[in-house]
Design a protein around this ligand. Structure first.
Ligand code: WTA
Length: 659
């Protein structure tokens, strides 16, 4: 990021305001702006006491002695306290009426439904925990999990946390190289996988990828294979075990280990802007406190809700808001195995209708895909069970927000646009649905107990609507503790921008650019490495993309910069069109440039527009602008592409480039 200017020019203004209905507010955990303002201001004065109160909602085996120990840049929460995440998600519910409540309703891609009550899930987790112990896995060991979206993935995670093993989940769509790298970096001793995962009617051969990966993973001694198909699978004697064999032999009696609050719960790898993936380390007490609190408040979770989060378990959203947050609250989850457009583009709406889903949490990239497929698909289904919608993962363009609100929520459901990161572990900035006024495109304000702000490079606060850097000024319970095995990278990645100095406590830098409007709503402009300087203006590429996507023909857009002698940077827009667009591309290019000119201003007009049938994305759906940037600046891509979902996309973009 160039440093000659202190502020980022933000050019998008949104005036539409949506308040929750009186009826929604009345029944919500937090109702009305006044109540929220009073909780927030009290929490801001004393965040530690605020979080202590939230921590008391969990079950502890031993109380903590010190609520927070902060030794820049390392934090510990609830020191001296002992607890177990699996106990909090299961055992404490089975001693109440929730014993017979559905914890997990799972639907396979083929339509098979499996339902686990809290009691049943507890039994499976206990058996799995005993199976791990029978293989010699101990407290403190790292266990890899490389699976699709099956109940056994949740069971495995909770079995690890039950015995104090640290799980390291690798998204089931990653390659064998990615598995090997993550297993080696974390020194995992065992790996839980499946023979195959089911995706769009096809088998993804996870076990084959594991065989390949394990050629270079010397620390892994045991592989546990969950059977999902009748295909024959080669098992290596002494190393590979069938999940069902181990479970059948295991006792269902297992006592959850009493673990220190700071015991490592999991490592989850996430891509940095450069270099190898970062192993984000989360611990038990603080993480669970904040995910439980935010799941309850942000999703307004009630006992009669059916909650459906479409994220994959291999992503932080799957960890925090499929597994730990909702289960800690005794909620009923719907988990779906497959693709949203299988067998047809209405699968999610079908699931919502069939299971009477009341809370639906997905990503803007999915919403844009739904828009592209057309509203006839959701219109076919009864979506009246929905009462709340959520999004996460990237700024949602107002166009997509309005579509979500009108077509899916039918103007009845509040939308919670939740800002957070793998590193924050938990939602940090978000509306509370019964209290906040929302505007399309903003995650609104920091949650109670979170001191987030937008500042200039020199640390002074930005004026209203002046773009700057998003920082967090006080440690929070679910904060990452370090980058596993690389504490120096931890310091450099998050604490170097605003380091501790004599008169400065040191702030966490999120890597995001943002602006705060006059009402205190925070608008994410994008990652600062996605901020470009054009003719002296620093523009968030996300805003230009949002303008492009608001054009009737555009499905998705990614904007990156390439150096330009005159302007400093020229903007290159990669654009995918909606299906059935039959326009003259040369005219459309001009039309789109003018459209951006109209929406944002002349300075933001892309210099070049390239049409493409797909954009390079991570498995979680984030557009990998870094690769596009390389492509437009060097003409080729040399950086790390292990997190790319479909390598073919790059090939096609390269070819298009030569044409
Ligand atoms: C972006 C996902 C705008 C942001 C939970 C952040 C968002 C990065 C939002 C973290 C949102 C996530 N509005 N931007 N509601 N949510 N982001 O680690 O740039 O996969 O820093 O965590 O996604 O992505 P990650």
């Amino acid at each position: 990021m160039k440093r000659e200017h202190d502020s980022i020019t933000s050019v998008m203004m949104e005036e539409r305001v949506f308040a929750p209905s009186v009826q929604f507010s009345k029944g919500a955990h937090v109702s009305g702006t006044k109540q929220l303002a009073s909780i927030t201001s009290r929490a801001a004065k004393d965040p530690v006491t605020f979080w202590e109160r939230q921590a008391s909602a969990l079950s502890w085996f031993a109380p903590w002695k010190t609520a927070m120990k902060w030794k820049y840049p390392h934090v510990q929460w609830f020191v001296g306290g002992r607890l177990n995440a699996s106990y909090n998600c299961l055992d404490r519910h089975i001693i109440s009426w929730r014993r017979t409540k559905a914890a997990l309703i799972w639907e396979g891609e083929d339509g098979t439904v499996r339902t686990f009550t809290y009691q049943q899930l507890h039994t499976e987790v206990c058996k799995c925990a005993n199976a791990l112990v029978s293989l010699g896995i101990q407290q403190g060991d790292v266990v890899g999990i490389y699976m699709g979206m099956v109940p056994e993935a949740v069971i495995s995670m909770l079995a690890c946390s039950r015995i104090g093993a640290t799980h390291n989940v690798v998204f089931g769509g990653f390659s064998s190289d990615a598995v090997a790298e993550r297993m080696n970096d974390s020194k995992a001793v065992a790996l839980i996988t499946q023979d195959v995962a089911q995706r769009r009617g096809e088998h993804v051969h996870l076990k084959l990828a594991v065989n390949e990966a394990l050629k270079s993973c010397p620390t892994i001694k045991n592989v546990i294979v969950c059977k999902r198909s009748d295909e024959p699978t080669k098992m290596k004697a002494g190393r590979d075990h069938w999940f069902h064999d181990l479970i059948n032999a295991a006792s269902h009696v297992s006592t959850a280990a009493s673990l220190p609050s700071e015991h490592p719960l999991f490592i989850l790898y996430t891509s940095g802007s450069t270099g190898k993936p970062k192993g984000i380390l989360h611990t038990t007490g603080g993480y669970l406190t904040q995910v439980a609190y935010t799941a309850r408040m942000v999703f307004d979770l009630k006992d009669d809700d059916v909650y459906f989060c479409t994220a994959d378990i291999g992503w932080i959203t799957g960890h925090s808001y499929i597994v730990y947050g909702p289960l800690a609250n005794g909620a009923t989850l719907l988990m779906y195995e497959g693709a949203p457009n299988w067998p047809e583009p209405d699968r999610f709406w079908r699931l919502i209708e069939k299971h009477r889903v009341s809370i639906f949490y997905t990503a803007p990239t999915a919403i844009r895909a739904f828009m592209k497929w057309g509203e006839s698909w959701p219109r076919k289904h009864d979506l009246t069970s929905l009462r709340l919608l959520g999004t996460v993962g990237e700024p949602i363009n107002p166009e997509a927000w309005m579509w979500y609100y009108n077509v899916i929520g039918q103007m009845r459901c509040p939308i919670v646009d939740t800002w957070w990161q793998t590193e924050t572990g938990s939602i940090m900035i978000s509306p509370l649905p019964g209290a906040s006024k929302t505007k399309p495109g903003t995650a609104t304000r920091p949650l109670p107990g979170i001191l987030a702000d937008v500042v200039r490079r020199d640390g002074t606060p930005c004026a209203a609507n002046e773009g700057g850097l998003l920082v967090i000024k006080h440690p929070w319970p679910a904060m990452l503790r370090t980058i596993y095995g690389d504490d120096e990278r931890y310091l450099n990645s998050y604490w170097k921008e605003f380091p501790k100095k004599r008169n400065h406590p040191g702030w966490y830098f999120t890597g995001d650019g943002a602006r705060k409007d006059e009402s205190g709503n925070i608008w994410i402009i994008g990652r600062v490495d996605d901020v470009v300087n054009v003719s002296g203006h620093r523009l968030g590429t996300a805003e230009i993309e949002s303008a492009l996507v608001s054009h009737r023909h555009v499905a998705e857009a990614a904007v990156v910069a390439r150096p330009d002698e005159i302007k400093g940077n020229a903007l290159v827009a990669f654009v995918t069109l909606k299906s059935n667009v039959n326009a003259d591309l040369q005219n459309l290019r001009e039309e789109l440039r003018n459209h951006v000119g109209k929406e944002i201003g002349h300075i933001a007009k892309p210099d070049e527009i390239r049409f493409t049938d797909a954009l390079p994305k991570t498995r979680s759906g984030k557009i990998m602008r870094r690769l596009l940037r390389e492509l437009v600046t060097r003409g080729d891509v040399t950086g790390d592409t292990t997190t790319l979902e479909d390598r073919g996309v790059l090939e096609r973009l390269r070819v298009a480039d030569e044409e």
